[in-house]
Design a binder for this molecule. Structure first.
Ligand code: GUN
Length: 294
């Protein structure tokens, strides 16, 4: 078994971006890319994600800023905050960290983002353009996974890929990217959900298995074909007596047993999470270069 090392590949991507920002963009008079994040409330996981995005921006030579609002902000006020960033010429791209409080309609907020600044790739225009294989910002997690597969030379063409979980941010776009007429892509994809019957039978045929259903340690060795490639999107914090902090992170895959059976696997942490941030940085670079015309 070999690790699909998200730390190694995301570090490579960050230094490649930093070199481009330094040499090419500043020479050509293009401003330093600037990524902003809107953070509503103080959900600990969201705080962690936003902090890691800020750290990554620094490493890539980008400017980053965070706009914080209380959890009680009204939907209208949040729309105004989005409008403000849409208009600010200094900001190339921004994200609205999810989840939002229950009284705010997530779809309404996402639809308000200017698609040309939607570096999360969540706006219906970007999703639609992705489906049609037109230039678009790709959702950061599936984009990061595609890069990881590509950099490890993992062939997807003609392969059976099974995606577990159909979330709008990961499972659904992941299934679309793998089945598009692109390289990587051209796979035969099965997208499973909680109603799927005979799940083990389906996953046991997967050459590439993407676990993104958000259930800790759900995927055991029985689900996995020998020598399959396994990508674990889950991040769960569980109590642990073995660490100083009193907790540790685990994924949707039972790493100890699955890693003995598969050919490649992403670790948690150090796998997909870091590739999501890399995908976001690449989108921000494209936004700063105005590479995608709408
Ligand atoms: N919450 C969890 N993952 C993500 C992500 O990729 N983008 C945003 N905006 N929120 C998230």
């Amino acid at each position: 078994m070999k690790l699909l090392d998200g730390k190694l590949i995301s570090d490579q991507i960050k230094s490649e971006i930093a070199a481009q920002v330094k040499n090419e963009m500043l020479d050509n008079g293009i401003n330093t890319p600037h990524l902003a994040a809107i953070l509503v409330g103080s959900d600990p996981a969201s705080e962690t994600y936003v902090a890691s995005k800020e750290r990554a921006c620094k490493e890539a030579g980008f400017i980053s800023s965070v706009y914080r609002y209380p959890a009680a902000i009204t939907e209208n006020k949040l729309m105004e905050a989005v409008d403000f960033l849409n208009k600010d010429p200094e900001i190339d791209g921004f994200i609205v960290q999810l989840p939002l409080p229950a009284h705010i309609n997530e779809h309404k907020i996402i639809e308000r983002i200017n698609p040309a600044k939607d570096v999360d790739g969540f706006h219906p225009i970007n999703i639609g353009r992705m489906v049609l294989n037109l230039p678009a910002f790709l959702p950061a997690t599936p984009y990061g996974i595609m890069i990881l597969l590509e950099r490890y030379g993992i062939e997807t063409e003609g392969k059976n890929c099974v995606v577990l979980g159909r979330s709008h941010t990961v499972g659904t776009p992941m299934s679309l990217l793998l089945s598009r007429k692109t390289n990587p892509g051209n796979a035969t994809v099965t997208l499973c959900n909680s109603f799927t019957r005979n799940l083990k039978e389906i996953t046991s045929r997967a050459d590439i298995l993407i676990a993104a259903m958000g259930k800790p340690s759900f995927v055991t060795a029985e689900f996995v074909k020998k020598d399959a490639v396994v990508v674990d999107v889950g991040i769960h914090r569980i109590l642990s007596e073995e660490t100083k902090s009193g907790y540790r992170l685990i994924g949707d895959v039972k790493f100890d047993e699955v890693s003995k059976k598969c050919s490649y696997i992403t670790p948690v942490p150090g796998g997909v999470g870091l590739m999501t941030v890399a995908g976001l940085l690449l989108n921000t670079l494209k936004a700063a270069r105005k590479e995608i015309q709408y």
